[in-house]
Design a protein around this ligand. Structure first.
Ligand code: MTE
Ligand code: MO
Length: 313
């Protein structure tokens, strides 16, 4: 069968740049020209063709993160950042071993999905032993098993305008007071810290200890006047990383169900980037055209606080 899309070999690198621009990085003049060419128009017609195009380009060994033998697995995969989400909804799910968990996939997709852990485990799986590098300088090697993000996105079907994949997490990091300038507050914490930013945990548990009846206790929903709006962890990647073969939604670590401290029931592994991109406690995946309007618009909780969006290793 003739491939629907052929990639001219001598120009792979150039095409990769074009694809990165087209599907991820903000508009480049060269891409506009490329999009206007017959090949470009043909590719843009169908989201499916676009996915195939990106995937083919990515299947070069050089673009894979290093994988390690089992003998190099770290005996202890240090948990970092949130190690136990204080949020009531999350706690209720965890108490029942995540039976009620449904991964929501929506945004610019043809077929929104609600996938249980059983659904996710029934999809094709990938296992990879990789090194995690936190921006603060520590590393750990872990063996992750999960479903390639591409499988999930293909089930949902991307609309042609799709550019980014956003991961919405369960854990409240802090409460926004609304209005005021929070710049100062946002620079006090960092993605290497072992505990959560000052306040988030204590506020969430305070409200629980007090047995407050406000719908927002423990970081749920809209928050209340005393706490403000819960600001939850989130992350985002472009379609180039989303369709990379080592980008998986992991449910197992070292052959066992992911512990809560490492992101149960589901966490992202995007192996060519730093630790803070590896979103834990992923509840919802939203496909978008832009990162504006999500959080503070920089593509992630730590990005909104000054860290790089593309955190390449
Ligand atoms: N939801 C969520 N994801 C998160 C974090 C977090 O606090 N919340 N911390 C990030 C950081 S800074 C790192 S280094 C890794 C730590 O993953 P681990 O706990 O499995 O070591 O998760 C990342 N993903
Ligand atoms: Mo980190």
């Amino acid at each position: 069968m003739k491939p629907r899309l052929s990639i001219p070999k001598p120009h792979r690198r150039g095409f990769l740049t074009a694809a990165a621009g087209l599907f991820g990085v903000s508009a480049l003049g060269g891409c506009d020209r490329w999009a206007a060419s017959p090949a470009g128009q043909r590719t843009l017609k169908l989201g499916e063709d676009a996915n195939l195009f990106v995937q083919r380009l990515l299947l070069t060994p050089a673009s894979l993160a290093k994988e390690f033998p089992d003998s190099e697995i770290s005996p202890w995969f240090k948990p970092n950042g949130t190690i136990e989400p204080p949020d009531k909804t999350y706690k209720a799910l965890a108490a029942k071993n995540f039976e009620g968990f449904r991964l929501r996939v929506d945004g610019l997709v043809e077929r929104p999905q609600d996938l249980s852990l059983a659904d996710l485990r029934a999809l094709p799986a990938r296992t990879q032993t990789t090194r995690h590098d936190c921006v603060e300088g520590w590393s750990a090697i872990g063996k992750w098993t999960g479903v390639p993000l591409s499988e999930v996105l293909q089930r949902a079907g991307l609309k042609p305008q799709a550019r980014y994949v956003v991961f919405h997490c369960a854990d409240t990091m802090e409460y926004a007071t609304g209005g005021g300038d929070e710049t100062e507050e946002k620079t006090t914490a960092n993605p290497g810290m072992e505990s959560r930013p000052e306040g988030a945990e204590s506020q969430a548990s305070d409200s629980q200890a007090a047995g407050a009846e406000a719908p927002a206790q423990g970081g749920d929903d809209e928050g209340d006047e005393a706490q403000g709006t819960p600001v939850r962890y989130y992350e985002s990647i472009d379609l180039t990383d989303a369709f990379h073969p080592q980008t998986i939604l992991a449910y197992d670590l070292n052959g066992k169900a992911l512990p809560v401290s490492n992101g149960a029931p589901l966490r992202l592994r995007v192996e060519r980037q730093l630790g803070y991109k590896q979103a834990k406690y992923v509840m919802r995946i939203e496909v978008t055209e832009s990162l504006n309007g999500i959080g503070d618009g920089k593509g992630g909780y730590w990005e909104d606080r000054g860290y790089e969006w593309y955190a390449g290793i």
